[in-house]
Design a protein around this ligand. Structure first.
Ligand code: RB5
Length: 149
């Protein structure tokens, strides 16, 4: 299950990614918003982040104008590693090295075709583990307040 959400600035690319989900039989839950009326992006970032953090969805995608605001909001939820991606390399590496569980994209930064491409890379790339596991665990330690340098 993939959780997906957006604000008005990311609606166009969210809809394109949802079309890709439908065409490929990918199960998803759409956390809104559903129109281009101006809304507050933290609401939708939180809905997707909660879905991922509680295990309702394995991965999430959140879209706003830049991808930045939703990533900031999502990363406040415990257990979330949200990454803003604007190109294929970052979409791949944030899964391989950071084990990102949410990807954020900007509807005012990339077009629909690029958003679909990045979504497919993000959803189909595994975490490499190994030396990266330790580093990702250190992020969790920071989150838990028990990180020691
Ligand atoms: C909305 O105008 C815009 O601020 C929002 O979509 C996002 O880009 C924030 O980071």
């Amino acid at each position: 299950m993939i959780a997906i959400g957006c604000d008005h600035g990311g609606l166009n690319i969210k809809n394109a990614v949802i079309e890709y989900f439908k065409e490929n039989g990918i199960e998803y839950t759409d956390c809104g918003c559903y129109t281009d009326e101006s809304v507050d992006y933290p609401i939708y970032a939180y809905k997707v982040a909660q879905s991922v953090a509680t295990g309702g969805a394995e991965l999430g995608i959140i879209c706003c104008g830049t991808g930045i605001g939703v990533s900031m909001a999502a990363n406040k939820v415990k257990g979330i590693r949200a990454a803003v991606c604007t190109d294929e390399f970052c979409a791949e590496m944030t899964r391989r090295h950071n084990n990102a569980n949410i990807m954020c994209m900007g509807g005012r930064v990339i077009d629909e075709a690029k958003a679909v491409k990045l979504a497919s890379i993000f959803l189909n790339t595994p975490f490499e583990g190994g030396r990266h596991e330790k580093r990702v665990n250190m992020i969790t330690e920071i989150e838990n307040g028990d990180f020691k340098i």
